[in-house]
Design a protein around this ligand. Structure first.
Ligand code: PMP
Length: 402
């Protein structure tokens, strides 16, 4: 029956990981996947996560019963507080809802599916940044939206194209949906400054656009949870109704456990209840109810003062190692006098750096140097360490010169 089904291309990032794995070259480097690696190039189970897991194993009150459809209450409460701030006015006014989802991806999907069914402006379009995480387009198109791009990366300045972004926001039909990265933009590592966020909020408010934040890197970007939440909190203060998809994959290292949350800031408590009830109805038909293990770890850590502090330390050590790798790479390229300006390597934030390398240069890096990265020149800083950063810089120097 399925002879006519065309084969689909493999996911680019997962394909890079497979190619790297199969490569016997001893000095190969994987800068593709967005997962934290230690100085030894290994995945890291956060010590605080290990501690929480041990507490859970010894807790006889825990069982494997189904969670409620919208997930674990303690997790939802902790997640919304983490992103909005415990003293958020919207929280106190009882108009913040939430749904535990299948990590950040599931939270983006759940929010997008709700918008596709219930957004009051028929035919509203969704705008995503150019470039963005590839799943944004796939998810929004998957639920039926027409997806457009707004300018974001300025190849000339290797920074934010604020002007281009604001022009498109002004030109977009009123009430369009804008997908925004609150911090550590993937793939560019370029974030608006607080003042630029104010300008973005001005235009979005004037045009009645809907803000959908996708927050995959809170605390992981700068090591400071509040700083990384600035944009979301600022929009809430300004009175926006909005969604925030939250992922705990990176900041807890819980990639495979799929711990995520959709935070919903509504106009009134009653509207919040209406939205939550529709999301519960939709979630029942997709996953029935979310998984418990990862969300229990997150809620345990977020609700215990000592564990929370330890988590902050773990977060800082990840953020700082990445910042250190940016510095080392920049220093190496400067030492080699590699043509071009490389300041963006240290100016960008979070796990990724958009190097500005072209697709043909990336091809040479792969074929000649066994360095694996996406064709758009994005590198995961976490894949670098003191043992391979010189090798990588040398390879970049060669492809830039030739
Ligand atoms: N949004 C962005 C921008 C991301 O970079 C990621 C992770 N690559 C996610 C969402 C979701 O990741 P996950 O589903 O693992 O939480």
């Amino acid at each position: 029956v399925f002879e006519k089904v065309p084969g689909a291309p493999e996911d680019v990032i997962f394909a890079l990981t497979s190619a790297h794995k199969a490569d016997p070259f001893p000095n190969k480097v994987n800068l593709g996947v967005g997962a934290y690696r230690t100085e030894e190039g290994k995945p890291w189970v956060l010590p605080v996560v290990k501690k929480a897991a041990r507490i859970m194993v010894n807790d006889d009150s825990l069982d494997h019963e189904y969670l409620p459809i919208l997930g674990q209450d303690a997790f939802r409460k902790a997640a919304t507080q983490l992103i909005l701030g415990a003293d958020s006015k919207a929280l106190k006014e009882g108009r913040v809802g939430s749904a535990q989802c299948i990590s950040g991806t599931g939270a983006v999907f759940t929010g997008a599916q709700f918008l596709a069914r219930h957004y009051p402006i028929k035919g509203a379009t969704c705008y995503i940044s150019k470039p963005t995480w590839a799943n944004h387009r796939a998810i929004f198109e998957g639920v039926g939206f027409t997806v457009f791009e707004y300018p974001y990366w300025d190849a000339k300045t290797k920074g934010l194209d604020l002007k281009g972004m604001l022009i498109i926001m002004e030109m977009a039909p009123a009430g369009s949906i804008f997908l925004l990265h609150p911090c550590a933009h993937n793939p560019t590592g370029v974030d608006p400054t607080p003042d630029q966020w104010r300008q973005i909020a001005d235009v979005m408010a004037a045009k009645n656009h809907f803000a959908f934040f996708d927050c995959a890197y809170q605390g992981f970007a700068s090591g400071d949870l509040d700083k990384d939440a600035f944009s979301v909190r600022y929009f809430v203060e300004r009175g926006f109704e909005l969604f925030v998809a939250q992922s705990f994959s990176k900041n807890f290292g819980l990639y495979s456990e799929r711990a995520g949350n959709l935070t919903i800031v509504a106009k009134t408590p009653k509207i919040k209840d209406q939205i939550e009830s529709q999301i519960a109805k939709a979630q029942r038909a997709v996953i029935s109810n979310p998984p418990a293990y990862g969300s229990r770890i997150v809620s345990l850590v977020l609700s215990d003062k000592d564990l929370y502090q330890e988590w902050n330390q773990n977060l800082k050590s990840m953020a700082n190692r990445i910042i250190e790798m940016r510095r080392l790479l920049f220093n190496e390229l400067t030492r080699l006098k590699t043509p071009g300006s490389w300041n963006h390597i240290v100016d960008q934030i979070g796990m990724f750096s958009f190097t500005g390398l072209s697709a043909p240069q990336v091809k040479v890096l792969k074929e000649k140097y066994h360095v694996y990265l996406t064709d758009n020149g994005r590198i995961s800083m976490a894949g670098l360490n003191t043992k391979n950063v010189q090798y990588f810089a040398q390879a970049v120097d060669d492809v830039v010169r030739n």
